[in-house]
Design a protein around this ligand. Structure first.
Ligand SMILES: *Cc1c(COP(=O)(O)O)cnc(C)c1O
Length: 459
């Protein structure tokens, strides 16, 4: 008997609502603090960098937020995304486990980031905004937002982490094709960039620095430009829940329910996107799915960071939030999974991890590419190095199921393809890929790098 491999939904099944974990999370929101006063932020401060509809979503506790028709129309270009059973990988592992993956790499920019990019561009557009600034690491976020801004006829300025700007010029060409302006960060465009370059002309950049530059431009634009962030914040996690809502329906089509849901974590958005609808089923409907976040050992904010208040960016311009962090001035090594090189973690996800509703593990770069190769050679898809962290964990789960002789149903999010990462695959194939260890020195000193805040902040 042949087994079904692809579980497809129709356009009518594109979710009509984003799911807001804030409605069901047993942990209330922690305050967001102003970077200078260290007092809870006012809407005024936030509205200097974000449009009102985004701020409303950021603080909303409504369980469901309707997805605008204009956004759903654009989602039709790639949604619903397929849910695929990795039968050939299962066979190679000789495991009794069933492995499913949700494939977000079918979006035009090749990752899940288009889901929030289109929503954010739309909400900026209806607020009358004509230009947006943002940062990008490996370039996936910049690509996604470039497309979205072009669709809504808005200008986009992208601050791209210098090491990626140099290693991955193809991503820049893609952004420029959509009409965006791209700067290597640190740049000479901002006070932040000029200060860093004056002290260290060879600085390779980090997401924290690029965020500072993009925020600075928006904050000093007298309202003409707003800033957009591709992960971490509540509204971004909210938009990504379309992934998990579709996956719930598709698992139903497959007539199975996952024992474990897995995703890689940089700022936490693709993992939250697939996991939160399953967490809702755990919290409200008695399901007991394990939710497993996977990070690189070189940037282990969940597994080795501290849970405390920290700045969202390096230059201390972004708000202070309570999250798992390695310190806002942490400089991650240049791993190929550029999208996972962020010092912090989404506050909502951090709180759920702290409450032990989410599990996390950290994995090294070589192991990640071993898993990526096996996946490519069995399933035919070259996965993004970021997503390959989730693949590695899925393989681990399948091997464990085999040892224990149990049928385990595993679902992971394949957040993107790796077509722009082939030089990393080349390094791996020729035995030249570097491995990295835990950043022990930085981990030891995190506390000294956190802002001093009044710990009696209202919660
Ligand atoms: C950006 C990116 C990530 C990491 O970001 P999250 O917000 O944690 O999802 C993971 N995978 C891919 C393909 C990315 O582009």
């Amino acid at each position: 008997m042949s087994t079904n491999t692809r579980f497809m939904l129709s356009e009518n099944d594109i979710p009509k609502y984003f799911y807001n974990i804030a409605a069901d999370s047993p942990i209330g929101p922690t305050p967001v603090l102003h970077p200078q006063t260290k007092e809870p932020v006012t809407p005024d401060f936030l509205s200097a960098i974000f449009p009102m509809p985004i701020i409303e979503q950021e603080i909303s506790s409504d369980r469901y937020i309707e997805i605008p028709e204009e956004v759903r129309e654009i989602y039709k270009l790639w949604r619903p995304t397929p849910l695929i059973r990795a039968l050939r990988l299962e066979k190679a592992l000789n495991t009794p486990a069933h492995i499913y993956f949700k494939y977000e790499g079918v979006s035009p920019s090749g990752s899940h980031k288009s889901n929030t990019a289109v929503a954010q561009a739309y909400y900026n557009k209806i607020a009358g905004i004509k230009a947006i600034t943002t940062e990008t690491g490996a370039g996936q976020w910049g690509s996604a937002l470039s497309m979205a801004c072009k669709f809504f006829d808005m200008q986009l300025e992208v601050y791209m982490v210098k090491v990626s700007y140099e290693q991955k010029p193809a991503r820049r060409y893609l952004m420029e094709t959509f009409g965006s302006k791209v700067f290597a960060s640190p740049s000479m465009q901002t006070h932040t960039g000029r200060t860093i370059l004056a002290q260290d002309p060879e600085n390779q950049g980090s997401l924290g620095i690029a965020i500072s530059e993009a925020v600075e431009i928006a904050a000093l634009s007298n309202g003409s430009k707003k800033y957009s962030l591709g992960s971490v914040l509540n509204h971004v996690l909210l938009h990504q829940t379309v992934i998990g809502e579709e996956a719930l329906k598709q698992m139903d089509l497959a007539d199975e329910y996952p024992d474990v849901v897995i995703g890689c974590v940089g700022g936490g958005s693709n993992f939250s996107g697939i996991a939160f609808p399953f967490l809702r089923e755990n919290l409200k409907n008695g399901q007991r799915t394990r939710l497993l976040a996977v990070e690189p050992i070189s940037t282990p904010s969940l597994t080795r960071g501290v849970y405390d208040f920290d700045f969202g960016d390096t230059a201390k311009m972004a708000p202070i939030v309570k999250m798992h962090t390695l310190g806002h001035d942490f400089m991650p090594p240049a791993i190929h999974a550029g999208g996972l090189r962020y010092h912090g973690m989404a506050p909502q996800l951090s709180a759920l991890y702290d409450a032990e509703l989410i599990e996390a593990i950290a994995i090294g770069q070589i192991e990640v590419f071993e898993a990526a190769s096996l996946f490519a050679q069995t399933e035919g898809i070259i996965p993004a190095p970021e997503s390959s962290h989730a693949i590695h964990a899925a393989i681990n789960e399948a091997n464990e199921a085999k040892e224990q002789g149990e049928k385990r149903v595993i679902l992971f999010n394949l957040s993107g393809h790796g077509h722009f990462d082939l030089s990393a695959y080349h390094a791996f194939n020729s035995g030249k890929l570097e491995n990295y260890d835990y950043p022990e020195e930085a981990i030891k000193n995190i506390k000294e790098h956190l802002p001093e805040i009044n710990n009696n902040q209202p919660v």
